[in-house]
Ligand binder design. Structure first.
Ligand code: CTP
Ligand code: CA
Length: 225
């Protein structure tokens, strides 16, 4: 008797994911960064691979091992992450921007260690390129999913980012709550797309990643049809 064979949800789908923080060099020994363990992005990469996708992970500096079967490109700064993503994004079906990209970088990167010979110092910063917006602006754009870390008015800010960055979907988390988001093993997400939304309640990041990929796959396939 023939056994039933089910096609994995993301079979034949190529997926590009950014994960982790970026580091913006101030001098050879110092940098600006933000709280991000990379766990959510890595959980998404692992879950997508398990669901049959071909996964490329562009990763900032994290203390995590590469999920089985995923291709990983390591970067440090937002500019390097931008460059790596632009080099990889052609022919991708889905892009998920999960990285906590530093919004600004030091205007000057000095070559020698800054000495503490002044009582005050001012650091001048310039804005980094927005990777997610630049992917969404491409004529050959993949299905684009963003993340939004918010501390207040989550739906308002998430929907604003969804339309302003021309995304297909955005997954928002409330980083003001303890046990959610940054560095935590667990997370909860509110997911918004132009014609709908869904809540993914608090659970471990691997189960959450599988649930989010199901929502992404549904909307991705709907857009293909
Ligand atoms: N993002 C990006 N490139 C940047 C900044 C952010 O690709 N230079 C992506 C993040 O990976 C995330 C989404 O944009 O998917 C939203 O990040 P967030 O920090 O919440 O939003 P910002 O647009 O940076 O706005 P703000 O920090 O002012 O809320
Ligand atoms: Ca930001």
């Amino acid at each position: 008797m023939a056994s039933a064979v089910t096609t994995p949800l993301l079979a034949g789908v190529s997926l590009l994911i950014t994960a982790g923080p970026t580091r913006e060099a101030i001098d050879p020994v110092r940098y600006l960064s933000n709280h991000s363990s990379g766990k959510m992005g890595y959980a998404l990469a692992k879950a997508a691979q398990q669901l049959g996708a071909q996964v490329t992970l562009v990763s900032g500096p994290v203390a995590l091992s590469t999920p089985f079967g995923c291709r990983r490109i390591d970067v440090q700064s937002a500019q390097q992450m931008h460059q790596a993503v632009m080099a990889e994004v052609a022919n991708m079906d889905i892009f998920i921007g999960c990285a906590a990209v530093a919004d600004y970088r030091p205007a000057q990167q000095v070559e020698q260690k800054i000495k503490k010979n002044r009582d005050e110092m001012t650091l001048s910063l310039v804005k980094n390129p927005d990777i997610l917006s630049d992917v969404a602006a491409r004529p050959d754009r993949p299905f684009v999913v963003g993340f939004a870390a918010e501390t207040q008015d989550m739906e308002h800010y998430a929907r604003d980012k969804l339309s302003r960055k021309r995304l297909d979907m955005i997954a928002a988390n409330d980083v003001s709550k303890q046990n959610i988001g940054f560095n935590s093993e667990q997370n909860a997400l509110s997911v918004f797309w132009p014609s709908g939304e869904t809540q993914l309640p608090l659970c471990d990041k691997h189960s959450l990643a599988l649930q989010l990929l199901q929502v992404i796959a549904e909307q991705y396939k709907e857009k293909q049809d």
